[in-house]
Design a protein around this ligand. Sequence first.
Ligand SMILES: Nc1ncnc2c1ncn2[C@@H]1O[C@H](COP(=O)(O)OP(=O)(O)OP(=O)(O)O)[C@@H](O)[C@H]1O
Ligand SMILES: [Mg+2]
Length: 439
Amino acid sequence: MKILIVDDSPFIVKQIEGIIESMEMKCDIFVAESGEKAIEMVSQNEFDLVLLDIVLPDINGLEVLKFIRRVKDYGEVFVIVMTSLESDEVLEESFNRGANDFIRKPIKPIELSSRLRAIVRMKNYQYLYKMSLEDLKEKNNQLIELTAKLKQTQDFLVQSEKMSAIGQLAAGVAHEINNPLGFVITNIEVLQKYFDKIVDIVNRYSNIIKILNDPETQISSIRNLINEVEDLERKYKIEFILEDIPQLLKETQEGLQRVSQIVQSLKRFARSGLENKKTFEDLNDIIEETLLIARNELKYDVEVIKEYGENCHAYINRGEIGQVVLNILMNAAQAIKGQQDRTEKGHIYIKTWRDSEYVYCSIKDDGPGIKRIYLSRIFEPFFTTKDVGKGTGLGLSISYDIIVNKHGGSIWAESEEGKGANFIFKIPVNGQMTEENEN
Ligand SMILES: Nc1ncnc2c1ncn2[C@@H]1O[C@H](COP(=O)(O)OP(=O)(O)OP(=O)(O)O)[C@@H](O)[C@H]1O
Ligand SMILES: [Mg+2]
């Protein structure tokens, strides 16, 4: 502690020094014999305590006090005014100018020492308070930094989990695209052959018309030509071709539409999450789109039974909710496929419905179900019962974040071991005003 004694009487200074020494306090004592010296020292040093005499040879102690308070805060430097003046006015003026305490002269050692002890105690508290405040500020900054990093990592994880889901599905999706693409290509080849035959027949007919247009031509002379075309028509099976073409065109169109739908879904799925937009969407549409992406993963082992409710619209981030549905579907399919002794296909029942506040979706399977001890942990990040390298354990925790934090809804699971699992989530219909959307 740094103490400044401002007094022109060497006797008083000595007395105070003696009292402080007797207290065995750890401190440095400085002395100013005049007001001017006191001002100079205060401006150059950081004192904890100033013992200030009021009556000084040059500048009045009250002026010194005024200066101290101009540069130092009430809590920063403690000022005890020392006075032999009996007048209360001087004391009042001292307090008005920022004195913390006063002591009467002649100084009684017990009075000064008890005040000093109180100040030391207060300074210690002040120091502790300052340290904790700084510590708190530092921790707070670390927390802000950490939260930002966490958010970044989370965004990255969401994106990479989604990419890995797409990666896992890529082979299946490629197959799904390959299938319609295969028959579209075959149909076009067939149509090309049909076209060549039709062109041949049409050319022959126009030749007949040309001949018919010649006034010299005898009808009987073109009989042979007509017979020839009719034979060719039979050979080419033109009747069948004309019936087959609309069918082929319809199939081709459907196949191309299918490819385009899958590509659209994939594109939307991969891009989403980067955009924080919510739009008024039909939950049933999103489920259909997701089923399209997951089709190949499901079709051999699982039968999907759908029961869509009406008007299941809500403010939704399409890609994010698609990801939730995909995670739940994949988990169900994986659980069913994991049942080694299963002989018949598994079932996934998808149901949607709504009430005045929420749209609901339940995805239920008749797989192995979830052990009671795991049920409370499945939404934890990295919780997985799958073999190393098979599952990251992030699917459900990301789904939880999407439904609860990003859409203000709820998600939960109901399951009994051996009796399948049911995942239900609900999303507020008018959830467009969540924080995310306002940003
Ligand atoms: N339909 C279900 N039937 C049985 N168990 C399930 C089902 N859905 C989830 N689980 C359990 O919950 C765990 C956590 O699922 P989550 O989707 O979070 O991670 P994961 O599927 O293991 O890995 P990831 O989704 O990252 O590939 C699973 O490992 C599984 O034990
Ligand atoms: Mg999963």
